[in-house]
Design a protein around this ligand. Structure first.
Ligand SMILES: C[S@@+](CC[C@H](N)C(=O)[O-])C[C@H]1O[C@@H](n2cnc3c(N)ncnc32)[C@H](O)[C@@H]1O
Length: 168
């Protein structure tokens, strides 16, 4: 992911789902000094751990943590910064992935990149017998992205599956 951020020459980025901060750290380390990560999460305890390690790695000034539902944070940016972001990583609650995808598509510039984690969902998306809400949400989004003429895509089958969607 750091390599992708560097290849894009990204400066403005979004990390949706922070947990203990690994993805934001990878992005932050790859950004230039004036680069920024808008990091969205609602868990104060886990993101306190993240903040400790961002500090240790010296990237704390590049990462702006927004505590609260990512929907609210993204809507705030939509009001003023449509098309201003270069890169977004979506890795929060699965049932809201489609909303995050739509918001990020508006927030990133043409040529910008969306990375969506867990799109294979341990293989469950390919198993017709599994239909819980998270699986159904990811499966539906995969279908939608596959047919979406607003993006060019690649599904990278590493770990739990990473979808890359470049905004046209
Ligand atoms: C899979 S973890 C993120 C992992 C992180 N990207 C990493 O690299 O380690 C998912 C995170 O999404 C957060 N989350 C869940 N629902 C959310 C919401 N509605 N808004 C913002 N964050 C949310 C959880 O608190 C959790 O920290």
């Amino acid at each position: 992911m750091g390599l992708l951020v560097k290849l894009l020459g990204a400066k403005r980025t979004l990390d949706i789902g922070v947990y203990t901060g690994y993805s934001a750290l990878c992005i932050g380390l790859a950004l230039p000094e004036d680069g920024r990560v808008i990091a969205c999460d609602l868990n104060r305890e886990w993101t306190a751990i993240a903040k400790r390690y961002w500090q240790k790695a010296g990237v704390q000034d590049k990462i702006q943590l927004h505590l609260g539902p990512a929907q609210q944070t993204l809507e705030g940016f939509l009001a003023k910064e449509t098309g201003c972001f270069d890169f977004a990583f979506i890795d929060a609650d699965k049932q809201n992935y489609d909303m995050y995808y739509e918001y990020c598509l508006q927030l990133i510039r043409p040529g910008g990149l969306l990375a969506i984690d867990n799109v294979l969902w341990s293989g469950a998306v390919a198993d017709a017998a599994i239909n819980d809400d998270d699986t159904a949400a990811i499966r539906a989004l995969n279908r939608k992205i596959h047919a979406d003429l607003r993006v060019e895509i690649s599904l990278v089958p590493i770990a739990d599956g990473l979808a890359l969607a470049r905004k046209i």
